[in-house]
Design a protein around this ligand. Structure first.
Ligand code: ZN
Ligand code: ZN
Ligand code: ZN
Ligand code: ZN
Ligand code: ZN
Ligand code: ZN
Ligand code: ZN
Length: 1751
């Protein structure tokens, strides 16, 4: 790498060469010469190697500059014949701008498609065009582009309506017909053509150049040195890690460099990794090859001469230049197209062809550049787009074959251009007729799928990985075929008919290869050894599903085509069947006096295949034929005579029987592969062209057969014929119960068979089968889905088949069948079935799975019961059949079916001993019901049908010989009273009633006189009503029971051991005790409620007594200072939720002094608790158990948990809330109130003396032995102050221990240091956490508009009270001297102390933290005092002092009043205003220049009042919890009276300024001292924003209403580290608005020794370890905590159906839901993010395994 420095010198060395160059002269010279080509090549040969590739590092800026000057310059001069800027401007003027937008999409850019107007889903708009189009008012769909492709705005073929946006609207009439070259001079055209052809040729030559060491003729450099590049190429085989590792070894670079190399190789397709002499490069190459060839084929590396690389660089540049220059002129663009597509005189390939055909040999970067050029030239010119399409079609087979071998993704293959060419309907049609494109695509496809069996069918068994790879690739051809077919022709020419039918025939050839593939044979005895391959075949089927449907649609659009296609399909099927049914024995079946010839075939013994695409296509075409005019009028003209119905039904029937047998458990030994196949056969993705069509085929066949024959064949294939054909079939019981399993199996088969009959007769919702439209079909699907339960939009979409345009057609009908219910803050919007649609419910709906069926049945019965109706679910009234299928109804009344029904009813006479089943009977009853419904329908219709279809007559007839078996009706009448048939009684009764009704109707119509049955029916309705009432009551009772059960299970959910109920009880009691004990009415002192000072409320002994229950051992325990310690589970975390400055530089944790909190609250320590109480020893035992379990677990295997035991984390044993320490519970301290107390001035004097004494004592110990007379002299400790006194620690051992535990935890977490209980900062951190937590809760209450008291949940109440009481006791766990020191330093910031240096100025202190720390550290001093001075008095004096300081702080930072109307207040506040003005002016006088002038007292008073309020509220909370004083009622409400109540409660005058005026003598000097601190003036004059009061609450950032605005913002976001690359996972910090490049190598950084992703790194600076992000591409919220914790959370964006779209898969427009966003914000403000993560991880273990730190 020695060449590095020469880099910069190189251009200079050649400066003279370059300086003398003139582009104009060169161009002039070129105009003269004969052989321009040679001349230009010479020029390039000379200059290109001098500009490009002069060292190891390319220097694009320099190179581009020089290339423009020396290479493009002369070309432009030549082209324009004048100054290029002038010439090009002229061209631009005459440019006819394209009406096509043609904007090429970047990766991740949003694209929009209109579901109403787009010709197909590939038609998309860019955001700009979309916003200016009519479609933004339509039903649009939004997606993010995968890169490539362009905006279709302006393409009239792409849009049914509104093809232009406002910008691309054509201004003048039809200008597209005009030749763009008309405006250009002949010479200009010539010159342009010369330049373009030479440059394009040059670029093509160089990009397709394969020699490493030579150049094309005419380009050899004048001098060549020994300079080479070692070029590494991209492949899709090796991973990033492999490449990085190899490079580090091969070229000896750092990991960072290797990452950068690998990124570039991945992006551009190649990158030189070494520069030097040949030997040097060759060496690197061999290392790379050696290192990567072990497992796979080696990475591709070439050692290339620098001049070759240089020319290739310029070739890319030249293509870009061409693209640039044609942008401004349609004329130049046309010339370029002309040159590109120009073929040689002998039909040699054009340059465009050459590029396409070499596509797979080029590296990624080169491909991208020329694809771009194609898009901006050929595809933008309407004329040449067609010519190009023809060339593309001609080369199609070659290109696809190359693509199969190429290992690049399809987006970088030229074959991906097919979407741009084939989707334009006119182009597609032209290519079909002129280039026979359909046939070409299909044949290419078939050619590439070579694995076949002996019969020529596809065989995917045992195919290799490489074949699998190829199989994936070949699927893209299906996509191309889909593009070609996507728009159906409206008009057919004869050529189109011919070519389409030719293509159709090719398609049939493809389907023939699939017919019967993957056959299965039932495995008996042993289980199969290896699961056979089945996925490939199903993938193929799935991919082809839409093609098959589209083929049918094309056929349907032209009757001639349809009939021809039908014939072809039929002959294909016949061809398939020859040799299929051969060798199977013919047999004759006889039953009920009918006989039929068929073959002997058992699904359970022979081969059977689930793949029958040819039969199914025929079924589809048959239904279409049935819809045509011809079918109605002259069915004899249809090619139906050649059909053999038994042949038609044979294979579909076998397939259905296979399903039934699998269901009956007969194929268990065939493994999961078969189960999966059956699943997909019915699945919504496949069923349209599989299961549904088999049913149609059965219907078609049956409609052409004698129904008895049909049913006999069905029975035979179900292997049930012997059961029903025997003479004594009605006595199954006792005859056949030899083998229980077989009986069971047969029962299931009978059920399935009956179900099949129900479907064959009843399924009429396919256009052509029944008289319905697609509208009815979809309506019925939706109704049946909603009969199961109310569903969300996306659930419905998933349950419905999508067409090729990804449409289900649901929107058209949904409002007719369903009502929409909006979602709340959680959950999603639901559609609920309209009650009137329930009558369409069919229990045997063909698309129900068994599970769906039983759910739907239950739901429907329940609804009926709730409505007080009979819960019977009779078959719905079906639509009429189309004529071709009309005869199917006769199946219902044919002898064989009646025989079967009779037999089952007969069996059901006896309680089931296994010889019949409930479902069997239910199906029989359903079939009977269908017969009756059919008859009723016939009766109301024409009289003729009424006569031919007489079901009631048939079922009234007694059975045939032998013996007088009873009629079906008679059987039913008997069964009606059978006690074992309770569940079926409704249905039987319904049948009998309907029979009666029909009979009366028949009699009516016969006698034409109304029947008199009113009396009877009235009686019946009374009885019905009674019954209904009883049922309703029973139902109510049941619901009540259910509710109680649900509550109980909910209650039990959390508990951990058998004492769960006790836990719950104790909890409730506990909540009651803790929350009410503080609300006791005042018992001592005066009636006004005061929480601080000598006059404060004092708890009596009974109030102080508090008993709690341990959640672990259930024992009750009184909280006493000398008792067993009780602790609360708690979670301490760092927080920046209230931070006003996230950019404060990181501090050094070991040196940081946290004594003074800055008012920007840049970060604090928050403590939260779930409120659950334990004995400290119980907790310790529990925690040790958790630890031990965790250690065992880690030894076994590395399992992650949602909590980190090593860091002291555990889950609360009761509620599983994440915790990391415990807070000890302490009793209220006992205090007495003596009457004589010093006033403020006296008090300060005393304290100062005490402090002096302490200073002196410390000096004495420091200077041990040396007698210091000076200090001893002026230090008289005040009366009663005993320096040598060692106070008795009031706490028991366990409490002391817990004090240390919590203190250390707060210290450790808050400062991120190792635990050290001796550290002087431990108490400071505890006070800080207390203050911070109170402040954050005060903010939360303001934001939520809740009153200060009474609205906190118990857990927070308990947490705050234990936190403050802990704070007042934590000094006992530290060294007294240390706490004294803290107190002295704190007080010195307000009361000058000559012994203390470096006190902060008051603008740098958060006064509430100050107050809390002073109050909580004072007891350490007080305990030495025995003079009778009360601690309460001290608290009050401290409060007053700090309050004054805060008022000064507020006044100093108040904002000048805006110029506005003078707010004159009434006299009420006059006094306050005057006093505040006075004080302000005093401050001004102290600060002379620092403060602005203020005239309005009202404004100042307003500033003080609003500024101090948060402080007063926080102080009220603090003293309330510290001293336990009850709260005045005013503070339980929001708003009026708060100020006075607060002042009263805090023992402050309602004008707090009085504090100052009452003690002027004392305070004036202090004030002066504060103002004279140099920091004050500095802060006031500094440019950075002052912290002003009140501090606003922080919000999460504002989000745009429309989600696509975010996508757009993210799509233009580039990775900050890898120079302009698009970020793959742009992620937005919702706290500060920063966009990050997440989940990517490029932005990984090191944090505390670990590699972390951009998000994790950001959380540490922005959120003190906690982060809330929005992953824009995924539309997903991400919560992160620390390095190892995270979870995903529902985004606050919903579509119109009230659903989120995580992963952006559905593409419905998304809009911001403020409520949900506020919920996220609340979680954040409550410090609940970590807790939320913990719960999510406990609920979903897979979240624990995610590598959160790399996000
Ligand atoms: Zn556009
Ligand atoms: Zn547009
Ligand atoms: Zn539209
Ligand atoms: Zn306990
Ligand atoms: Zn808990
Ligand atoms: Zn990045
Ligand atoms: Zn942030």
């Amino acid at each position: 790498m020695a060449a590095a420095e020469t880099d910069s010198e190189v251009p200079c060395a050649r400066c003279s060469d370059f300086l003398n160059f003139s582009a104009k002269d060169t161009a002039a010279k070129w105009l003269e010469v004969d052989n321009l080509h040679k001349e230009v090549y010479q020029h390039l040969a000379c200059f290109v190697p001098k500009i490009y590739c002069l060292g190891p590092n390319l220097n694009p800026q320099n190179e581009d500059l020089l290339a423009q000057l020396l290479l493009q310059g002369p070309l432009e001069w030549y082209l324009c014949g004048e100054e290029p800027t002038v010439g090009l401007a002229k061209l631009e003027q005459s440019n006819q701008p394209s009406q096509l937008c043609g904007h090429v999409f970047k990766v991740g850019e949003p694209t929009y498609s209109c579901r109403d107007c787009a010709a197909d889903p590939t038609c998309v708009l860019c955001m700009q065009c979309f916003l200016g189009s009519v479609h933004k008012e339509h039903r649009y769909r939004m997606t993010t582009s995968g890169g490539g492709g362009f905006c279709d705005c302006g393409d009239t073929e792409a849009w049914k309506k509104g093809p232009y946006c406002q910008k691309h609207e054509p201004n003048i009439g039809d200008s597209s017909q005009k030749d763009p070259l008309a405006n250009l001079s002949e010479q200009m055209i010539d010159r342009t053509r010369n330049v373009f052809s030479i440059i394009l040729k040059y670029a093509v030559d160089m990009l397709t150049w394969e020699k490493e060491n030579e150049l094309p003729e005419g380009l050899e450099p004048p001098a060549r040195g020994d300079t080479y590049y070692c070029m590494l190429f991209n492949d899709e085989v090796h991973t990033y890690e492999q490449v990085i590792y190899t490079l580090q070894k091969a070229v000896n670079c750092t990991q960072k460099e290797a990452v950068s190399f690998a990124t570039t190789v991945d992006r551009d397709g190649r990158k030189s990794v070494r520069f030097g002499d040949f030997q040097f490069c060759e060496q690197a190459k061999s290392v790379i090859v050696r290192n990567t060839s072990r497992q796979t084929k080696p990475l591709r590396v070439q050692v290339m001469h620098s001049s070759v690389v240089a020319h290739q660089c310029f070739a890319l540049k030249a293509l870009n230049w061409l693209g640039q220059i044609i942008r401004s002129s349609d004329a130049l663009r046309r010339i370029l197209c002309l040159v590109g597509l120009h073929q040689g005189p002998n039909g040699e390939n054009s340059l465009v062809d050459t590029l396409m055909l070499c596509d797979s040999k080029m590296w990624k970067g080169a491909r991208n550049v020329y694809h771009q050029l194609f898009m901006s030239s050929l595809l933008m010119d309407p004329k040449y787009k067609k010519l190009f399409a023809i060339q593309f079609a001609k080369n199609y087979r070659r290109l696809q074959t190359d693509f199969m071998e190429d290992d690049h993704e399809r987006v970088v293959s030229v074959t991906s251009l097919s979407v741009q060419l084939f989707t334009a309907p006119t182009v597609a049609r032209m290519l079909i007729t002129e280039e026979n494109l359909m046939t070409t695509i299909i044949q290419t496809f078939v050619d590439h799928l070579r694995h076949r069996d002996l019969q020529g069918r596809f065989q995917f068994e045992r195919y290799t990985a490489q074949q699998a790879f190829k199989f994936r690739r070949v699927q893209s051809l299906i996509g191309d075929l889909k593009y070609v077919l996507i728009s159906r022709p409206t008009e057919w020419s004869n050529e189109l008919r011919d070519k389409f039918l030719e293509g159709f025939e090719a398609f049939l050839e493809l389907l023939k290869c699939m017919q019967g593939m993957d056959p299965v044979v039932r495995q008996v005895g042993q289980h199969i050894e290896m699961e056979p391959e089945w996925e490939a075949a199903f993938t193929l089927q799935m991919k082809l599903t839409h093609i098959i449907s589209m083929m049918q649609e094309w056929c349907a659009s032209d009757e001639r085509v349809l009939i021809e296609a039908y014939k072809k399909c039929l002959s294909a099927l016949t061809h398939c069947h020859s040799g299929f049914t051969d060798g199977e024995q013919p047999i004759t079946l006889t039953m009920c006096g009918h006989s039929v010839d068929t073959i002997r075939y058992c699904v359970s013994q022979e081969k059977v295949s689930i793949h029958l695409p040819v039969s199914r296509l025929l079924a589809g075409l048959h239904a279409l034929l049935s819809k045509t005019e011809v079918a109605y009028r002259f069915p004899e003209l249809l090619p139906l005579s050649e059909l053999s119905p038994p042949m038609l039904i044979e294979h579909p029937l076998r397939c259905l029987v296979l399903c039934a047998q699998v269901h009956a458990g007969m194929w268990r030994r065939n493994g999961f592969s078969l189960v999966n196949q059956i699943y997909y056969y019915h699945n919504v993705k496949c069923r349209v062209e599989m299961f549904d069509k088999d049913l149609v085929m059965l219907q078609a066949g049956a409609s052409m057969m004698d129904p008895n024959h049909f049913l006999m064949i069905v029975l035979s294939r179900f292997e049930l014929f012997h059961i029903f054909s025997s003479a004594d079939c009605r006595k199954r019981y006792g005859r056949e119960n030899i083998n229980k399993d077989v009986v069971q199996q047969n029962n299931t088969l009978i059920e399935e068979m009956l179900h099949l009959v129900i479907m064959v007769v009843g399924e009429r919702y396919i256009a052509g089968v029944g008289q319905v439209e697609s509208y009815d079909e979809i309506k019925r699907e939706i109704i049946h889905q909603l009969c199961i339960r109310p569903m969300a939009h996306s659930e419905l979409v998933k349950a419905l088949p999508e067409n090729e345009n990804k449409e289900t057609g649901m929107e058209r009908v949904i409002d007719h069948v369903a009502l929409f219910k909006k979602p709340g803050v959680t959950g999603r919007g639901l559609y609920k079935l309209r009650p009137e649609c329930a009558k369409m419910f069919n229990l045997y709906f063909n698309h129900y799975s068994r599970a769906d069926q039983s759910k739907a049945e239950e739901a429907q019965r329940k609804i009926k019961r709730q409505n007080g109706e009979d819960s019977v679910l009779p078959p719905p009234v079906p639509p009429h059949f189309c004529p071709l299928f009309g005869s199917l109804v006769n199946i219902l009344q044919c002898d064989v079916l009646l025989g079967i029904l009779g037999a089952v009813l007969q069996w059901a006479m006896e309680p089931s001993g296994g010889h019949w089943s409930e479902s069997m009977l239910q199906r029989v009853l359903h079939l009977l019901g269908m017969g009756l419904v059919e008859e009723q329908q016939h009766l109301t219709g024409s009289t003729e049908d009424g006569i031919s279809f007489n079901f009631t007559l048939k079922i009234s007839r007694p059975g045939e010989a032998p013996g007088n078996t009873p009629s079906i009706l008679a059987l039913l009448e008997t069964l009606q009273n059978a006690p074992h048939l309770e569940v079926h009684k409704d249905m039987i009764r319904w049948i009998l009633k309907t029979v009666a009704n029909i009979k009366t109707t028949r009699e009516c119509t016969a006698s034409a006189s109304p029947a008199d049955s009113s009396g009877h029916s009235q009686e019946e309705t009374v009885r019905d009503k009674d019954k209904a009432e009883r049922k309703r009551k029973a139902e109510m009772a049941r619901l009540r029971r259910e509710k109680i059960m649900a509550q109980m299970s909910e209650m039990q959910r959390h508990f951990i051991n058998e004492n769960k109920d006790l836990f719950q009880q104790s909890l409730e009691e506990l909540d009651a005790t803790t929350s009410t004990s503080l609300e006791h009415s005042p018992s001592t002192c005066d009636s006004t409620l005061v929480c601080v000072g000598p006059r404060r409320w004092r708890a009596g002994a009974s109030d102080r007594r508090q008993v709690v229950t341990c959640i672990l051992c259930q024992e009750e325990q009184e909280i006493r200072a000398d008792g067993k310690a009780m602790v609360l589970a708690a979670f301490v975390q760092r927080s920046t939720v209230m931070s006003k400055n996230r950019k404060r530089p990181p501090y050094n944790p070991d040196k940081y002094d946290p004594l003074f909190m800055h008012p920007d609250l840049s970060f604090g320590t928050h403590t939260g608790s779930c409120g659950h109480i334990m004995h400290s020893h119980c907790w310790q035992r529990y925690f040790e158990a958790v630890q031990a379990k965790e250690q065992r677990r880690q030894q076994r295997l590395r399992v992650h948990t949602s909590y980190d035991v090593e860091n002291g984390e555990f889950l609360c044993p009761l509620c599983e809330c994440l915790s990391n320490t415990v807070i000890p519970l302490l009793p209220l301290t006992k205090t007495t109130c003596s009457t004589e107390q010093p006033d403020q001035r006296q008090w300060i004097n005393i304290i100062s003396q005490q402090i002096k004494a302490l200073h002196a004592a410390r000096k004495k110990t420091n200077a041990e032995g040396v007698d210091d007379a000076d200090s001893a002299e002026d230090c008289h400790p005040p009366d009663g102050f005993r320096l040598d006194h060692t106070p008795k620690n009031p706490y028991s051992g366990t409490i002391k221990e817990m004090l240390t535990t919590f203190g250390t935890a707060t210290y450790k977490v808050g400062l991120k240091v190792h635990p050290n209980e001796q550290d002087a900062r431990v108490p400071i951190m505890c006070w800080g956490s207390c203050a911070y937590t109170i402040q954050s809760i005060e903010r939360l209450l303001v934001d939520e508009e809740k009153p200060l008291f009474g609205s906190l949940p118990c857990r927070q109440n308990d947490c705050l009270s234990s936190l403050t009481r802990f704070g007042s006791a934590c000094w006992t766990a530290s060294s007294q001297a240390v706490v004294h020191g803290h107190f002295i330093r704190l007080l010195a910031a307000l009361v000058p102390d000559s012994q203390v240096e470096n006190t902060p100025c008051i603008l740098d202190i958060d006064m509430f933290h100050m107050l809390v720390s002073l109050v909580l550290s004072y007891p350490a001093l007080h305990c030495l005092d025995s003079s009778g001075m009360s601690e309460d008095a001290a608290q009050l004096h401290l409060l007053h002092l700090v309050t004054i300081a805060h008022i000064v702080q507020i006044l100093l930072t108040s904002i000048p009043e805006e110029v506005r109307m003078e707010q004159e207040s009434g006299g009420a506040e006059r006094e306050e205003e005057e006093s505040v003005c006075l004080l302000y002016n005093t401050l001004r006088s102290h600060l002379s220049s620092g403060l602005h002038e203020v005239t309005s007292g009202w404004h100042l008073w307003h500033c003080v009042k609003t500024g101090i309020l948060p402080y007063l509220r926080a102080a009220a909370l603090f003293f309330h919890y510290l001293n336990g004083a009850p709260v005045p009622p005013e503070l339980h409400a929001v708003g009026v009276g708060e100020w006075e109540a607060l002042c009263g409660y805090l023992c402050l005058p309602s004008n707090p300024l009085q504090l100052y005026y009452n003690n002027l003598e004392l305070l004036e000097p202090l004030l002066q001292g504060w103002c004279s601190h140099p920091g004050v003036l500095q802060a006031l004059q500094s440019s950075t924003a002052l912290i002003r009061f009140p501090r606003e609450s922080n919000h999460l950032i504002e989000l745009p209403e429309d989600y696509s605005a975010l996508i757009n913002q993210a799509s233009s976001f580039t990775c900050p580290k890898s120079g302009g690359d698009k970020s793959r996972a742009p992620t937005l910090c919702l706290v500060c608005g920063a966009m990050l490049c997440s989940q990517s190598y490029c932005c990984q950084t090191e944090l505390e020794g670990d590699d972390v992703g951009a998000c994790t790194a950001h959380t540490f600076s922005c959120g003190a370890g906690v982060g809330i992000f929005l992953r824009v591409r995924e539309s997903q919220v991400l919560f992160l905590a620390g390095k190892t914790k995270g979870c995903f959370y529902a985004p606050p964006y919903l579509d119109d159906y009230g659903e989120t779209d995580q992963g952006l898969r559905r593409g419905n427009p998304l809009h911001l839901c403020q409520e949900r966003y506020r919920k996220i914000q609340k979680l954040w403000r409550q410090h609940s993010i970590t807790e939320e993560i913990g719960h999510a991880q406990e609920a979903n273990q897979t979240l624990v395994g995610i590598d959160w730190q790399h996000l």
